[in-house]
Design a protein around this ligand. Structure first.
Ligand SMILES: [Fe+2]
Length: 280
């Protein structure tokens, strides 16, 4: 445990906590272990007033695992600097350049490249005068609060995910994942990316997703956080999905580094698919 007292202040009844008393630019191994433990418990952590340098932000990600490399993309976020060989995977997101993320999603869910994104780490640079909060939904709770028969059905289904903005981005994953670090099950379906449950007919899949995608983001399993410049936020990108509230009245900018997770299964082999991947 670190020498200084660390305060952990939950921000909702279901997930999320502010952590005070820890400087992310000077982490000891026991601090990193504590952050992992707190992430497993709270799923998303906020560290106000950090003011990390680019190097410190990047080093924080490296302390938690392998940095996730963004694929070449025509998206509205950019690399930190095109010639920046020291921080591959670090990206800059500016609302005033057109960036927005106001749909429930999990980062990188539609990418078939592996491994998946395990953690996402924001460093908030600039906040609008009003608005620009982010919301997260607890996907362990989403799974665990379903009835036993519904959980049993979902345990046997494979989901097809695709990015509307890029037809080359698609993937398949089990609808229910087992978290690689905690062994706890979670629902891995999002409004942004999930298009089809492959073992069901189209009307069955549409009806079930219509229900589940709302169930997974009910207010009772959501937290909402108001950023301040200098705050660092880190979340478990498998155990949560998130939504950037686009109600801003001025420029908003943050840096993002993501940490890659271990390989995840792509399929479930309980029932034959009614839809092939090529035509999903
Ligand atoms: Fe995101």
């Amino acid at each position: 445990m670190p020498d200084v007292a660390v305060d952990v202040l939950p921000v909702s009844g279901s997930l999320g906590a502010e952590v005070r008393g820890m400087h992310l630019g000077m982490l000891e191994p026991e601090d990193v272990a504590l952050i992992r433990q707190l992430l497993h418990e709270h799923l998303v952590l906020f560290f106000p007033g950090q003011d990390l340098s680019v190097d410190e932000h990047y080093a924080f990600a490296e302390a938690l695992g392998e940095v996730y490399q963004n694929p070449p993309t025509a998206s509205v976020f950019a690399n930190y600097r095109d010639d920046d060989a020291a921080h591959p995977g670090l990206s800059v997101h500016r609302s005033h350049d057109g960036y927005r993320a106001d749909s429930w999603h999990s980062d990188g869910q539609a990418r078939s490249m592996t491994p998946p994104v395990k953690f996402t780490i924001f460093k908030m640079i600039r906040c609008p005068n009003r608005g620009g909060d982010t919301m997260w939904a607890n996907q362990h709770a989403a799974y665990e609060q379903l009835s036993a028969p519904m959980r049993d059905l979902l345990d046997g289904l494979t989901a097809f995910h695709a990015a509307d903005s890029d037809p080359t981005e698609y993937s398949t994953r089990p609808a229910v994942l087992t978290h690689p670090e905690t062994g706890r099950k979670l629902l891995y379906l999002t409004r942004s990316h999930t298009k089809r449950l492959l073992e069901l007919s189209e009307p069955e899949s549409d009806a079930l997703l219509h229900y589940l995608l709302d169930f997974a983001v009910r207010p009772e399993i959501v937290c909402r956080y108001r950023w301040t410049p200098g705050t660092v936020g880190i979340w478990d990108n498998l155990a949560t999905q998130h939504y950037g509230v686009y109600d801003i009245d001025g420029p908003r900018e943050f840096h993002r580094v993501m940490v890659a997770g271990p390989e995840l299964p792509a399929t479930v082999d309980r029932w034959p698919r009614l839809k092939t991947l090529q035509t999903a």
